[in-house]
Design a protein. Structure first.
Lengths: 80, 96
């Protein structure tokens, strides 16, 4: 959100915020450094993605197995 | 209220590549690209880990939402067919 505000300010539509004395926003204090990778964040993101895919594929395989098991057990006589 | 009742497992599960997975995965990827744009980073080349994470999250949520949607549709279909079966007099083919 702060970056969007920065962009709007560059276009001259919004004035710059006053000095630190008047603002209490945390976004003014911190400056993101995109040059050095945040390796912890990268590792966590890739690890979480891998975990999500593993969960999804496992869930899908379980669903398929359960459906086939029920289809074998039920042997549908009369469906609409 | 349960997100996916047990009887929903009697339905054929959707394939891993389905409209929910694709659409929400794409939406997640787009939001990562949008985050890049707002933070003045290269749109496609930066934050690959973020793009992968958001897309994976979208796929995951999309799959489960689609399963719930299919369950809801199947439930309505079943109730409709049961009604038709229990009230045959209302559904006779017109003879006149």
């Amino acid at each position: 959100m702060a970056a969007g505000l920065r962009a709007v300010r560059r276009w001259g539509l919004v004035v710059a915020p006053p000095s630190l004395a008047f603002t209490r926003s945390a976004f003014v204090v911190k400056k993101a450094n995109n040059a050095q990778p945040n390796w912890l964040g990268v590792g966590l993101a890739f690890g979480t993605s891998a975990a999500l895919w593993a969960l999804l594929i496992k869930q899908h395989n379980e669903d398929v197995t359960e459906y086939e098991r029920r289809a074998r057990a039920h042997k549908c006589r009369q469906c609409s | 209220m349960v997100f996916l009742p047990d009887e929903s497992r009697s339905l054929p599960p959707p394939p891993l590549l389905n409209k929910g997975t694709v659409w929400l995965g794409f939406a997640g990827w787009m939001s990562a690209l949008l985050d890049n744009a707002f933070n003045q980073r290269p749109v496609l080349g930066a934050g690959i880990h973020r793009q992968v994470l958001f897309a994976s999250l979208g796929c995951f949520v999309g799959y489960h939402l689609l399963k719930r949607a299919e369950y809801k549709y199947a439930k309505v279909d079943r109730e409709l067919c049961d009604y038709i079966r229990h009230h045959p007099e209302d559904f006779r083919p017109s003879t006149g």
